[in-house]
Design a protein. Structure first.
Ligand code: FAD
Length: 316
């Protein structure tokens, strides 16, 4: 670790792969948070953090926003997670609107706060995630370059994103696999997938990576799961990621939502919990290395799915 005073602390911090592999007693789980936008959201985040702390996730990740104050909050809160909780944080960072110098500075800020686990992402165009990607004139084009940069800066443990349905900008699944392999060969130790709904898509991604490169295929592909609690919300999230809800799941959720002016939240939630539980059961059977839950900074839904699975010490 070259960046400043945190050497002693960070040298004892485990990597995500170590944390997953040393886990005993079933499949580990992990959770994703996003940087809160205001004081009320921040209080909610900390309530979720304290609940999850009692459930011993393998790690927690903190996403990186499109700009300004949410970016500062990612750095600050990831630091607080490292220093003020028992959790192992992974801080996301993206190449969006950052020069190389800024990216180096950002990695240094994480190191200063005792964070050695980073998720390297290209990110999406701010404002319109599906719009044209424009690289910063002094920045980076692809996540693979960010992986290399972080590795050059010190003893960081780097993860990347993977896409069970293929990234929406990739021309084919084969091309998508080739680019994922590029990030793994550049030194990424694992990947976390975009949230998905069909376990078969995850299994095929895993098969493609193993078939294309058995060595890289040893690296964990951690499935991203979102326990659905609102149809409107999941539609929006999926749309912004350039993905789609499979028709049979959309139909089930729409039936539960009903035809009223407002969706029937309780019914949607019931179906959402069932879907997430069934997916997780199959992922566990198929040997997924960890279950990574997108929490939207709420603990309740994830806790319920974990309780259904009989996993973790679940506080009341
Ligand atoms: P890349 O690997 O750089 O891929 C971007 C596009 O370029 C893809 O279409 C890929 O196929 C193509 N490509 C890659 N390499 C090459 C190459 N050598 N030549 C030609 N084409 C290439 N976004 C945020 O803003 N903040 C976050 O915190 C965040 N967290 C995420 C966490 C997870 C688990 C996931 C799955 C996504 C996350 N995202 C986040 C969204 C992510 O930034 C977008 O999905 C983005 O479009 C792709 O990022 P990437 O890192 O996979 O990029």
């Amino acid at each position: 670790m070259r960046a400043s005073q945190s050497t002693e602390r960070t040298s004892r911090t485990p990597s995500i792969v170590e944390r997953i592999r040393e886990h005993r007693g079933g499949t580990p789980f992990s959770v994703e948070f996003y940087p809160p936008r205001n004081e009320v959201e921040e209080q909610r985040l900390w309530r979720a953090v304290r609940t999850f702390e009692q459930m011993h996730p393998a790690f927690v990740s903190m996403t990186y926003g499109a700009g300004g104050s949410t970016r500062d909050r990612t750095v600050r809160i990831a630091g607080q997670l490292a220093q003020e909780t028992t959790l192992l944080p992974v801080a996301h960072l993206t190449a969006v609107n950052h020069s190389l110098d800024e990216l180096r500075g950002l990695v240094g800020s994480y190191a200063d706060r005792g964070i050695v686990n980073l998720l390297a992402l290209r990110g999406d165009p701010p404002g319109d995630p599906l719009g044209n990607w424009v690289k910063h004139p002094e920045g980076l084009e692809y996540a693979e370059e960010l992986v290399r940069l972080i590795r050059e800066l010190g003893d960081f443990h780097v993860g990347v994103a993977s896409f069970p349905e293929g990234h929406y900008r990739a021309a084919s699944l084969e091309e998508d696999t080739r680019f994922l392999l590029g990030t793994l060969r550049a030194g990424a130790e694992y990947s976390i997938t975009q949230m998905f709904f069909e376990v078969d898509d995850y299994l095929r991604l895993r098969d493609r990576v193993v078939a294309a490169d058995p060595v890289q295929g040893e690296k964990p592909i951690i499935p991203g799961i979102m326990p659905i609690t609102s149809l409107r919300q999941v539609r929006k999230i999926v749309e912004l990621s350039g993905s789609q809800i499979p028709a049979h799941i959309e139909e089930r959720l729409a039936r539960a939502a009903g035809n009223g002016p407002e969706e029937d939240k309780a019914e949607v939630r019931k179906v959402g919990m069932e879907l997430a539980t069934t997916m997780c059961e199959r992922l566990i059977d198929e040997g997924a290395p960890c279950l990574h839950f997108c929490t939207l900074n709420f603990a309740k839904a994830t806790r319920e799915v974990l309780a259904n699975l009989g996993m973790a010490a679940v506080p009341a």
